[in-house]
Every structure is written in C-alpha cells, then in structure tokens.
Write a protein that binds this ligand. Structure first.
Ligand SMILES: O=P(O)(O)OP(=O)(O)OP(=O)(O)OC[C@H]1O[C@@H](n2cnc3c(O)ncnc32)[C@H](O)[C@@H]1O
Ligand SMILES: [Mg+2]
Length: 190
C-alpha cells in the first residue's frame, strides 16, 4: 500500500475544489492517513443517494488502486419531498440561487437539508464499500455572502442567522453535513 513516511495514502476522487478544500481541513493531520486527491469528473448517476454513492465509488476504484473515497452531496427541499436532492448540481447550474429560491415561492415551507455521503473502499479485494453520512438542516433564503462554493449563499443552517457563505470556513466545517460524515469516516479509520 502506498504511504508517506508512516502514513498510508487515502485518495479522494472529486472534480470539486470546494469539497476538496473542506475535506482536507476537516480530515486534519491527526490520523495515520494522509489525504491526497485525484481530480476527475465522475459521472452524475440517478437514483437514491446510497446507490449513487456506491456507483460513484466503483468508478473511482477503477482509477485508484488502493484506499479510496468519493463524496456525493444532496440538497433536499422538504416542500418538494426531497428534490432536487442528488440533482442539485444541475438545478444550481441552470437556475442559479435566485431560481432555487423561486422554486419554493409557492410554498410556505422553506426548510431544507444537506446530506453528504462519503464512500470508502479499502482497496482490498472482497472488502465492501462503506458509507458514512452527515446531515444538516436549514432554510433556503435569498443569496447572501461570498459566492465561492455551490449553494452556500442560500443555505442558512438552523440556529444561525447567517448563511453558510457568510460563515467563515472553520465555523461551517464545525457543523456541516460534510464534517459530520467525515468525522464518522475518521472514526472508522482510527
Ligand atoms: O466530482 P464530485 O465530487 O461529484 O463533485 P460535484 O461538484 O459534481 O458534486 P456533486 O455531484 O456531489 O453535486 C453536489 C452539488 O452541490 C454543490 N455542493 C456540494 N457540497 C456543497 C457545500 O458544502 N456547499 C455548497 N454547495 C455544495 C456542488 O458544488 C455541486 O453543485
Ligand atoms: Mg458530481
């Protein structure tokens, strides 16, 4: 298995620099693992979040021989029974922040949740793909804050008066869907 010093390499396959930046910060340096990345535009599958994550991980496993992770993020509007969910990337791309807000114009319920699923495979034949999930609940609001990463400007976590985009990186990482999922993965790796 590839290693740096005493540390084993864990390869995160993603085409998204925002995810990578946050994952590196959350993963930290306290494990006997070093997180490295491979930039690849993975296919956008359809289906339920777990199925999508497993399919995505299988593609990553073809590219990376060794321990590998991928991540899939859904943004689910409760008024729309969980949509756009795994399809949020295309909805955001085509409609923008304003259009996503307008989708909820006819509903009183503006609540939503972000769901992050990390998939891990050890790289050993016969081992199963393992899933680690994190969720945060919030509200969809008109865009506020720096437009640096995806739908951050329109997601206001419950209990906060500011959107993800208005929080600094450490504050987002302390509570986010991504950090909850990655913390479970880290516990497994320990
Ligand atoms: O290569 P992968 O890892 O799949 O990266 P992606 O950008 O295609 O990501 P997804 O398929 O998981 O689609 C999720 C969409 O939600 C966005 N997104 C993911 N996590 C986010 C976060 O924490 N805050 C804001 N936007 C986020 C992301 O930019 C995409 O538009
Ligand atoms: Mg993707």
């Amino acid at each position: 298995m590839a290693s740096v010093g005493a540390r084993k390499l864990l390869t995160f396959v993603t085409g998204n620099p925002g995810k990578l930046r946050e994952a590196i910060a959350i993963f930290g340096e306290d494990l006997p693992w070093k997180l490295v990345s491979v930039k690849l535009d993975l296919p956008e599958f359809q289906g339920e979040p777990d199925e999508i994550s497993i399919q995505k991980c299988k593609i990553a496993m073809e590219k990376v021989k060794g321990p590998v992770i991928i991540e899939d993020t859904c943004l689910c509007f409760n008024a729309l029974n969980g949509l756009p969910g795994p399809y949020i990337k295309w909805f955001l791309d085509k409609l923008g922040h304003d259009g996503l807000n307008k989708m909820l114009a006819g509903f009183e319920d503006k609540s939503a949740y972000a769901l992050c699923t990390f998939s891990f495979h050890s790289g050993k034949e016969g081992d199963e793909i393992m899933l680690f999930r994190g969720r945060i609940d919030g509200t969809i609001v008109p865009a506020a804050g720096d437009n640096k990463f995806g739908w951050d400007p329109i997601f206001k976590p419950i209990g906060y008066s500011r959107t993800f985009a208005e929080l600094d990186g450490d504050s987002k990482n302390a509570i986010s869907h991504r950090s909850k999922a990655l913390t479970l993965l880290k516990q497994h790796l320990q």
